[in-house]
Design a protein around this ligand. Structure first.
Ligand code: COA
Length: 174
């Protein structure tokens, strides 16, 4: 039988979304620097504890091996926000959580305006739906209240979130 010639199969770059793991933290720190003003930068330890607390609620978006977006959220029993850069985390198993606290959502500046944040949020909502969790909370910074309002979040009362400064707005969605 004649041999078929080997053909070069064109490689289509694909976006991969998968749960974050501890070894992703260096990539997160690099992207964090591009997405946040210095005042908000958090430590590697602070990401590590949140990824450990939210194996079903933290996701990374990868394009050609580069982290281009991440969402860090943790299940909590109440709606008190975490302190900025906190490593002291009282998380709750998904089965017992009342609230999903969206701690951080960031997209690489060159990958914005394609709705990648929404893609990551849908992964979180799917996870929440599996456990019947219906409440989300967050602290909006860097003038992102409009972004969150478009996604159904409303300003929430309560004491200010610790460490974020006066421009931060606590928001929630039910
Ligand atoms: C917030 C962020 C993740 C959104 O990135 P994205 O998923 O690429 O979002 P897009 O640029 O596709 O925008 C989606 C929609 O939200 C709107 N939007 C984006 N940022 C906004 C803002 N700060 N305020 C109001 N609306 C905003 C866009 O206009 C767009 O609206 P449209 O669908 O009607 O056109 C990105 O801007 C980011 O990484 N910011 C820096 C980190 C940050 O501040 N995160 C929020 C902290 S709480």
């Amino acid at each position: 039988m004649p041999q078929l010639p080997l053909r070069r199969i064109p490689r289509t770059p694909t976006l991969v979304i998968r749960p974050l793991i501890a070894t992703d933290v260096d990539h997160i720190l690099e992207l964090q620097e591009l997405a946040y003003a210095g005042y908000y930068l958090e430590s590697a330890d602070s990401f590590t504890v949140k990824i450990a607390a939210g194996p079903e609620t933290c996701f990374g978006a990868w394009f050609e091996g580069q982290l281009v977006g991440y969402l860090v959220a943790v299940p909590l029993s109440g709606d008190e926000p975490l302190h900025l850069n906190s490593t002291d985390l009282q998380s709750t198993p998904m089965g017992k959580a009342q609230v999903l606290y969206i701690h951080d959502l960031a997209v690489h500046p060159e990958r914005r305006k394609t709705g990648l944040g929404d893609v990551l949020l849908v992964h979180l909502y799917d996870s929440a739906n599996r456990y019947g969790i219906e409440t989300y909370s967050l602290v909006a910074v860097q003038n992102s209240t409009g972004y969150w309002a478009q996604r159904g979040f409303e300003p929430q009362g309560g004491p200010p979130a610790i460490g974020y400064g006066p421009e931060a707005v606590r928001m929630s969605r039910r």
